[in-house]
Design a protein around this ligand. Structure first.
Ligand code: SAH
Ligand code: AVI
Length: 329
């Protein structure tokens, strides 16, 4: 596909008409199952990305500020150990914490290129322009792409590469595909690259549940927004007001589930699919899982994915962890 911007900033999109197809396929596949489900990537249209940024500022959502503190404490060390000259950031979003890494690379004199990868076109464009402005001489190559499908479209490394995958987004994969995905990152890292993986940790379920049931109702809006996405993109007629936000910690599986519950029976038509679906009263649609990790579980996942843990950084309360890993030798 053609570049949209050229110069020290270039943005390429790999999401086109085929990807409306991907939403349609996911809806057809997920909403016709006995337990209705949608993959979480569809939460992030422009509005969803804005709402996620608002979630990151919430007092209950401890993840973002904790991960930022960990990065601030260890960025210099990470840059020194990795010798990174470029960042390939998966699910970059608005990349607020990424500045901590870019600043440390700039201070070390190694900063050459930043490659944000995200399905949210608005955030990739905004971040690409902003960082090219803020970091003189930085080359920015944005990819509007699905990190599960398009990683082979990344450019060749220009030197040692650091691949931040922050925010706990790895927790949105179920355990089997999580390990498969981590294994697939080996190619992106290459022999001298490192993965920097942010993971939320298992803790008091009340603390976790509060983070997904905030008192301002922002997470509820974020969750419900996916119905607006289906109405707009697929000509569906979901009555958004007839659904409510549900989030609970599954203690056995150690993950949060976000769901949308029909408050009354619903009949929904989805024009683009010529599909009619019914929701019984209180029937739920799962929109996200967000796994929480133990340090042992995290080590086991990395190991099973052929990655070697080089260093694990956490905060004093062990709320969140940031792991530095590379392909096992
Ligand atoms: N890294 C940021 C944002 C985390 S939110 C932070 O730590 O705050 C998760 C981000 O991943 C969103 O920006 C979303 O658009 C993106 N995302 C989710 N699924 C994706 C996929 N399959 N491919 C690419 N980006 C994805
Ligand atoms: C991006 N992802 C890891 C966030 C999470 O915590 O699972 C998304 C989110 N969902 C609800 N609140 C935030």
């Amino acid at each position: 596909m053609e570049p949209i911007l050229e110069g020290p900033v270039e943005v390429r999109s790999h999401l086109g008409p085929d990807d409306e197809r991907s939403l349609a396929d996911d809806v057809l596949d997920g909403l016709t199952r006995p337990l209705k489900e949608l993959p979480p990537k569809h939460l992030y249209d422009a509005r969803g990305s804005e709402l996620f940024d608002a979630i990151c500022e919430l007092p209950e959502y401890y993840q973002t500020r904790t991960e930022r503190l960990i990065l601030e404490a260890h960025a210099q060390d990470i840059v020194r150990r990795t010798g990174a000259v470029e960042l390939v950031e998966l699910g970059s979003g608005s990349a607020t914490k990424t500045r901590v890494l870019l600043d440390a690379m700039a201070a070390a004199g190694t900063l050459a290129r930043y490659i944000p990868v995200d399905v949210s076109a608005t955030t990739v464009h905004a971040v690409a322009e902003l960082f090219a402005d803020e970091y003189p001489g930085l080359s920015v190559f944005g990819l509007v792409a699905d990190f599960e499908r398009h990683l082979e479209r990344l450019p060749e490394p220009v030197g040692p590469r650091l691949v931040p995958f922050l925010g706990g987004t790895i927790g949105n994969f179920p355990p089997g595909s999580r390990r498969r995905f981590l294994r697939s990152l080996g190619k992106v890292l290459g022999p001298d690259g490192y993965l920097l993986l942010g993971t939320d940790l298992v803790k008091d379920p009340r603390v976790i549940e509060a983070a997904y049931n905030d008192s301002a109702g922002v997470t509820a809006q974020f969750n419900l927004n996916v119905l607006h996405v289906l109405n707009r993109e697929l000509g569906a007629d979901f009555d958004v007001d007839a659904f409510e936000h549900v989030a609970f910690f599954d203690r056995e599986r150690e993950w949060i589930e976000m769901r949308l519950r029909a408050t009354q029976p619903q009949h929904v038509r989805i024009d683009a699919l010529d599909l009619e679906i019914d929701f019984a009263a209180r029937e739920e649609l799962r929109t996200e899982i967000s796994a929480k990790f133990t340090l042992d579980g995290l080590r086991a996942d990395l190991d099973a994915a052929g990655l070697e843990l080089v260093e694990l950084f956490t905060d004093p309360n062990e709320l969140f962890a940031v792991s530095l890993a590379r392909v096992a030798g």
